[in-house]
Design a protein around this ligand. Structure first.
Ligand code: ME8
Length: 529
C-alpha cells in the first residue's frame, strides 16, 4: 500500500503527487478541475501530516491536435497554447489549489530534458528507426494490435471513427522487450494500478502481447525535434509522460534539489489514459533506470445530469458553471462535493444540481455547520463563551470520546493514504454525527435550566467542541477556508504540521474563547442557473 510506511504523522519523508497535464486545445472543464482538486486534497492532507510534499500539474501543449486547433483559429500553436494554459492556470486560483509547480511542455526546461532522455534511449538501443504497419486510431494517436482492432470492430473506442491501416517510418521504442519485466513488476506490485478493476484490464491487455510503439512523427511539426534527426518530432505522449520526471529535473538528478521527491506516490489520472501510464510509462522508466511510481490511480468519469459529457451534446460542465456553484454554495462546498461524491472507484458519478444541493444540505448545513454552530452557541449561552472544563465524569465519558475520535482519525488518515477520499471524509463526518446524536441524547439545553447541572453541561459541551475540533482538522484538506474560519472563531491556532498530535483528545484548552460560527449558510434550491 503506498505511503503506509509514512503513516506516523511525524515523518517528513518527501511525497510527490501529479495530475495529468491537460491538453491546451480545449478549455478546462469539471474533469480537469476534479482531478486537480482531489490531488490538492491529498497534497494538503499530507502536508498536515508533516510530509514534504510536491504537487505537480500543468499543460500538454504539443501535438497534432493543438496544431490543428490553432490552424482553425488562424493562430500560431504557441499563441493558442499560451492562451489556454492561462485558462488552466485560472483553475488553480478558482479552486484554491496548492500546486508547487505548473509545468508546460513548451517550457525550455522540459523540452531540453525530453531531448536528453530520448537521446539516451536512442544511444542505448531502446529507440530505433523502423517501419511499421498497424491499425491506427487517428483521434487518439494510438496503434492497436490486430486482436484488439478486431475486438473493437476496427473502430475507435473513443470517437467511433474507423481505425486506419497505416505504415510509417518512424523511431520506435522497444516496448516489446519489456513485456516480461512489466508482467513481473505488475504481479509483484498489486497496488501499482488502482482501482482493482482497472488493474485487471491492464493485466488482460498485457497478455495480448506488446508491440513496439512509435515515438516520433513526421506528419506535423508542432513538437520537440528528435535529437539528431530533426525531420521527426517526438510523439506527444512520450513528450507528455516525461513531464513527471522533467519537473523534478530527473534528466540530471544529481544537480536537482527536487530529485528527492522522485518517485511519485500517486500519478492520478482518468481511466481513458491508463494504458500510457500503466504500461508505456513504467517501460520508459525501466529503460531510463529510474524507480517506478508507487501507484497509478485511474479514476472514472463525471457525467452530467445522467448523461455522458460530449462535445456534440455541448453539455460539459465548464468553469463558468462551476463558478456559479461557488457563488451560490461557496468554493469549499464544491471541493467537498467533488471529493466526497466523485468517481474515484470503477464507476462513473453523476454531477447533478439536485445531488449537489442534497449533499450540501445533509452533510454541510445540517451536520457539520449545525453542530459547530449549536456547540458554540451553547458555550456562548451557558459558559460565557469560554471553553468549559471536562471533569471526565458523566455518561458518554471523556475516555470513550477519546477512544472513538482516535479510531476515526486512524480510519480517516489510513483512507487518505489509500487515496480513498470519500472514506477519509466519512470517518471525519462520523465524529460530527456522533456529536449531533450526543447533543440530542444528553440535551444540555434542558439540563442548563438547573444551575446544579453546570458541571455536567460543561462536560458535555467540552466533549462536543473537542470532537468537532478534531473532525475539522481531518476535514481541513478538503475545506481549507471554512475549517480555517472555525480555527479562527474558536482560537485554535495554526495547524501544527503534526495531524496526529493535533487530533489528540484534550488539546482544546478550557478557557479558550469560543465564538459562534455560521460555516454553511442555507441556500434555496434552483433547478438551473
Ligand atoms: O488526456 N470526469 O489531457 P486531457 C473526470 N494531455 N475527469 C475527467 C473527465 C470526466 N468526465 N474528462 C477529463 C490528456 N477528465 C493528456 C494527458 S498526461 C501525461 C497527458 C480529466 O486534457 C481526467 O483526469 O484530455 C483525464 O485523464 C484528463 O482530464 C484528460 O485531460
Amino acid at each position: 500500500m503506498p505511503d503506509q510506511e509514512d503513516h506516523s504523522g511525524t515523518n517528513a519523508a518527501p511525497a510527490y503527487i501529479t495530475t495529468p497535464i491537460y491538453y491546451v486545445n480545449d478549455k478546462p472543464h469539471i474533469g480537469h478541475a476534479y482531478t486537480t482538486t482531489i490531488c490538492d486534497v491529498w497534497a494538503r492532507a499530507k502536508r498536515f501530516e508533516g510530509r514534504d510534499v510536491f504537487f505537480l500539474t500543468g499543460t500538454d501543449e504539443h501535438g497534432v491536435k493543438v496544431e490543428k486547433s490553432a490552424k482553425e483559429r488562424g493562430m500560431e500553436p504557441q499563441a493558442l497554447a499560451d492562451e489556454n494554459a492561462a485558462e488552466f492556470q485560472k483553475v488553480m486560483g478558482l479552486f484554491n489549489l496548492s500546486n508547487d509547480d505548473f509545468i508546460r511542455t513548451t517550457d525550455p526546461r522540459h523540452e531540453e530534458q525530453v531531448r536528453r532522455f530520448v537521446k539516451r534511449l536512442h544511444d542505448q538501443g531502446d529507440i530505433y528507426l523502423g517501419e511499421f504497419e498497424g491499425w491506427y486510431d487517428e483521434g487518439q494517436e494510438e496503434y492497436h494490435t490486430e486482436t484488439k482492432a478486431k475486438e473493437l470492430d476496427y473502430k475507435s473506442p473513443i470517437s467511433q471513427r474507423p481505425l486506419v491501416r497505416a505504415t510509417e517510418t518512424n523511431y520506435y521504442f522497444r516496448l516489446s522487450a519489456y513485456q516480461e519485466r512489466l508482467e513481473k513488476f505488475l504481479a509483484e506490485n498489486p497496488d501499482f494500478v488502482r482501482p482493482e478493476a482497472r488493474r485487471n484490464e491492464i493485466l488482460g491487455r498485457l497478455r495480448e502481447g506488446l508491440l513496439d510503439v512509435p515515438v516520433t512523427r513526421t506528419n506535423f511539426s508542432w513538437g520537440i525535434p528528435f535529437p539528431g534527426d530533426e525531420e521527426h518530432v517526438i510523439y506527444v505522449w512520450i513528450d507528455a509522460l516525461m513531464n513527471y520526471a522533467t519537473a523534478l529535473g530527473m534528466a540530471d538528478p544529481d544537480s536537482s534539489e527536487r530529485a528527492r521527491y522522485w518517485p511519485a506516490s500517486y500519478h492520478v489520472i482518468g481511466k481513458e489514459i491508463l494504458w500510457f501510464h500503466a504500461v508505456i510509462w513504467p517501460a520508459l522508466l525501466m529503460a531510463l533506470d529510474l524507480p517506478q511510481p508507487r501507484c497509478v490511480y485511474a479514476h472514472s468519469f463525471w457525467i452530467s445530469e445522467g448523461q455522458k459529457m460530449s462535445k456534440s451534446l455541448g453539455n460539459f460542465i465548464d468553469l463558468e458553471q462551476l463558478q456559479g456553484y461557488m457563488d451560490t454554495y461557496g468554493r469549499d462546498a464544491l471541493r467537498f462535493f467533488l471529493a466526497s461524491q466523485g468517481p474515484l472507484g470503477a464507476t462513473d458519478s453523476d454531477f447533478s444540481r439536485s445531488q449537489f444541493h442534497e449533499t450540501y444540505n445533509t452533510d454541510l448545513v445540517n451536520t457539520l455547520g449545525n453542530c459547530a454552530s449549536r456547540t458554540s452557541a451553547m458555550i456562548g449561552k451557558y459558559c460565557e463563551g469560554a471553553c468549559p472544563t471536562d471533569t471526565g465524569e458523566d455518561a458518554g465519558g471523556a475516555e470513550e470520546w477519546a477512544q472513538f475520535t482516535a479510531a476515526q482519525m486512524d480510519a480517516s488518515l489510513a483512507a487518505m493514504d489509500r487515496f480513498d477520499l470519500s472514506g477519509s471524509i466519512a470517518a471525519a463526518m462520523a465524529i460530527v454525527r456522533k456529536v449531533d446524536a450526543f447533543i440530542n441524547e444528553t440535551a444540555p439545553f434542558k439540563l442548563a435550566k438547573d444551575p446544579d447541572n453546570a458541571v455536567t453541561v460543561g462536560n458535555i459541551l467540552y466533549r462536543c467542541a473537542e470532537a468537532v475540533r478534531i473532525a475539522s482538522c481531518l476535514l481541513e484538506a478538503v475545506m481549507p477556508a471554512r475549517m480555517n474560519d472555525l480555527r479562527v472563531a474558536w482560537n485554535l491556532g495554526e495547524p501544527s504540521g503534526n495531524i496526529r498530535e493535533e487530533c489528540t483528545w484534550g488539546r482544546l484548552n478550557p478557557g479558550t474563547e469560543i465564538e459562534k460560527v455560521a460555516l454553511f449558510p442555507r441556500v434555496e434550491f434552483t433547478e438551473s442557473e
